[in-house]
Structures are given as C-alpha cells and as structure tokens.
Design a protein around this ligand. Structure first.
Ligand SMILES: Nc1ncnc2c1ncn2[C@@H]1O[C@H](COP(=O)(O)OP(=O)(O)OP(=O)(O)O)[C@@H](O)[C@H]1O
Ligand SMILES: [Mg+2]
Length: 431
C-alpha cells in the first residue's frame, strides 16, 4: 500500500511516518508538506490512501479533497482527513465531499493506527472488487464474441442444410418438369410448321375461289356451295383465327422457353459436388469474361469501373465462380434499371491478401430494404416481377462461394443508394 501524508506541519508528518512504518507492514509512506504539490505526489506514487490535513496555508484540505475526488482516476482511493478542528460543519463538509474517515490531532497512537489499518482493509477490498470486475467484464466480452460466433456458425449451418434439402427437391422437380416441357416445346414447334403448311394451302383455296368467281359458266349448285363456304368462314372468323394462331404458338413457345430457363437454374442450383475440377485461374480473366457475356445488357444500364489489382490467381472452379460474378452483376444491372436516375455505375474492385482474394462489387441501383437484406441468399426469394426472377441467383452464388470454395459472401445495402457484395475466396482450395 502507498500512503501519502499531506500536512504543512513537519512534526506531524514525522510522527505519522514513524507510526505507520513501525506498526504496519508492506507500506510505503510519502510525505508532502506543500499542499499545492499534492496532485503531483498522487500521480507520481500510485497512492492508495491519503491522510489530508484540513487547515493548511494556501489551499485547505477540504478544497484539495474536492479537487482529488473530481478526478475519475482517484475516485476509489481512501481519503482520511487529519485534523485538530472539532466543528460539526467541517466534518459534514469532509464527508459530503468524499472523505472516508478522519483522525484527530493531536495524534492518539492507538486511534491513528486503528484508523489507518481500517482504511487499508477497505482499500484492499476495493482493489479486489476492481480486479474481479475487470475479470467479469473480460469474460463477458469473451462470452459475447463466442455467442456471436455461435450464431454465425448456426446461421451458415442452417443455410447449408436448407440449401442441401432444397437442392434435392429442386433436382427432383426440375427432372419431372424437364420431360413434359421438352415434348410440349417440340410439339409447339411442329405445330408451327404444320400451321405454315395449312396457311399455304388455304391461300391456294382462296385464290381458287377468286378464279371461279370470275367464271360465268359455273352451275348454280357450285355457286351456292362456294358462297356457303365463304359465309361459314366469316361466321367462324377463320381469318382472325389463322392470324391469332401464330401469336398463340409464339407466346406458348416463349412460355416453354421461360420454364426451361427456370428448370435450368434449378438444376444448376441442385448441382452438388464438384463435377468440374478445381483449376488454377486468373481471377481478372474470369471477371472480364463475365463482362463480355453481358456487354450488351451493361451498355445501356451502367458504366463499369474496373479496379483490379494485377496478378490475382486462385484455385477454383472457373465456371462456377464466373456464375457467381454473373449473378451478382445481373442483379446490379436490374437494380440500376429499376431506378429512374438513368445510367448508373458498377464498381468492381479486386485485390488479395496472403491467403485470400477479395472482390467487391458495388452498384448505384435501387438498394435493398433492411428487412429483405437477411433473405436475399434464401432460395426462391425474389422481389422481381413474375417472369423476371426465380430468386435462385444469389443462393446459387452463396452455395458456390461458401460451400464449394470455403469462402464467404456478404452484402450491405442502402435503399435508394445502392448495394455492395463482398466475395472472399481462398487462393488455395483445401479439400
Ligand atoms: N444489387 C442488388 N440491388 C438490389 N436488390 C438486389 C441486388 N441483388 C439482389 N437483390 C435482391 O435480392 C433478390 C434475390 O436475388 P437473386 O439473384 O437470388 O434472385 P433474382 O435476381 O430475384 O432471380 P434470379 O434467380 O433470376 O437471379 C432480388 O430479387 C432482389 O430483390
Ligand atoms: Mg439474380
């Protein structure tokens, strides 16, 4: 324990020092006869207990007491007022301003030692409480980090399980839909070619009717039969039907193409394992190839800001990583097109650390609502209009980056400002 005695009377200082040194072990005593130097002494010796005289020249003990207590670092030290005065008001002022105890002057040896010892005990209790508090705070922080880590692990496990389960369902459904949609599309194409033939023949009938209409020698029976056919055609709106059939077939073919696309994405989503090998790839080349594929879409929607560090290589499944980049870029283009601002901007940054490649894709699109942000990686979550999105792009991307490449994929977004996706991929693939 470090004890500081502050008194302008050197005689009192000497008595206090002797008493403490002779009666209390494990103590260092510091003496201060110039009250103005109290704070310097306090700072210099890491003081636990102060014995503070009340009446001193210049600054009084009570004023010093106020100053000491106003400083946060000294809020827990023990302060014993050391005084010959007996008036109640002074005592009241001492306790109100944070004194812990007082010792009467002239010094009574027994009382002095007893009070200092009590103060040491109190200080020790406070110190162990402070230590305990620190340990508890540290453990609480550790616990909080662990809980957060646990939550993250639980989230990614759930995500993986969900994806695996949905993958199986998607594969099953896709397989079931694939066959019928295949023959419907093929029948529609055949029907289309039949229609062309029927139209051609019908055109010839019409020409024939035109020719016989000019014939004067035609019997009444033939004229009646011809007129009957023409009026039946009118009644049944055959001209309209022939025209509409074209549109119906074209629309149906478009519908089947759309279903095939959905089935394709579902099969892609359901693909587990790594059929394609992990190979050594130039990451920037993958990005440039993706940009080339969607060059036409980008042109009208956004300006591209490529900030790619040179020589980024990683071991990955090139096709799959390309698909991730494509899905993210296509979403960005769509998000920009839905804003009324006109042409937007997509920034693609890529750089590496010793172990990872980071790719950050940001857009100035519509942004994502806060309540939707946690759902964008869920399979089939989409905010796009019917026919525009299946809601599989990002869950496929998540599956590829997290499950197949042991990386991470996350997004931040601000509504009406834009969205940023961060992809982190290990350079070396660990099986
Ligand atoms: N850059 C973005 N800006 C705004 N919203 C986005 C962005 N990227 C994703 N989203 C939101 O996340 C949803 C899910 O995206 P995801 O790519 O999985 O499906 P999708 O684009 O709707 O359909 P698809 O299966 O055709 O990709 C989108 O519908 C959209 O609401
Ligand atoms: Mg998408």
């Amino acid at each position: 324990m470090n004890i500081l005695v502050v008194d302008d009377d050197r005689f009192n200082l000497k008595i206090a020092e002797d008493l403490i040194k002779n009666n209390i072990t494990d103590c260092s005593v510091f003496l201060c006869s110039i009250p103005d130097k109290t704070l310097t002494e306090l700072a210099a010796h890491d003081i636990d207990i102060i014995l503070l005289d009340i009446i001193m020249p210049g600054i009084t003990g009570i004023e010093l007491l106020k100053i000491i207590r106003s400083q946060n670092e000294y809020k827990d030290i023990q302060i014993i007022m050391f005084t010959g005065i007996k008036d109640r008001e002074s005592f009241k002022a001492c306790f109100e301003n944070g004194a812990n105890d007082y010792i009467n002057k002239p010094i009574n040896f027994i009382e002095f030692i007893a009070r200092v010892k009590a103060s040491i005990k109190a200080r020790k209790s406070i110190l162990s409480l402070i230590k305990l508090n620190k340990t508890i705070t540290g453990q609480y922080k550790k616990l909080r980090t662990m809980t957060q880590e646990l939550k993250n692990t639980q989230f990614s496990l759930l995500q993986k399980e969900k994806l695996a389960a949905l993958g199986e369902i998607a594969a099953g459904i896709a397989h079931e839909i694939n066959n019928p949609i295949g023959f419907i599309a093929s029948n529609l194409t055949t029907m289309n070619s039949y229609m062309r033939k029927i139209k051609e023949i019908r055109y010839q009938y019409k020409e024939f009717f035109q020719t016989v209409s000019n014939e004067t020698t035609l019997s009444n029976r033939l004229i009646e039969a011809k007129n009957n056919i023409i009026s039946r055609e009118k009644e049944q709106k055959i001209d309209f039907i022939m025209d509409d059939l074209d549109a119906i077939i074209a629309e149906s073919l478009e519908g089947t193409a759309r279903i095939s696309k959905i089935v394709g994405s579902m099969q892609e989503f359901a693909k587990t394992g790594t059929e394609d090998k992990m190979t050594h790839n130039n990451f920037n080349q993958i990005i440039d190839e993706c940009l080339l594929i969607i060059k036409h879409d980008i042109k009208s929607a956004a300006e591209i800001d490529r900030q790619l560090q040179k020589n980024l290589y990683l071991s990955c499944n090139k096709g799959e990583i390309g698909q991730v980049i494509l899905n993210i870029l296509l979403n960005s283009i769509y998000a920009i097109k839905t804003t009324s601002v006109g042409k937007g901007k997509i920034t693609i940054k890529a750089y590496d650390s010793a172990e990872y490649i980071f790719c950050i894709i940001s857009d100035t699109g519509s942004g994502i609502k806060e309540e939707d942000l946690s759902r964008i990686f869920d399979p089939f979550f989409t905010t796009k209009d019917v026919g525009h999105g299946v809601g599989l792009g990002l869950s496929v991307a998540y599956d590829i980056v997290v499950k197949k490449h042991n990386g991470s994929l996350s997004a931040t977004s601000k509504l009406s400002e834009g969205t940023t996706f961060t992809i982190k991929l290990p350079k070396e693939h660990k099986y």
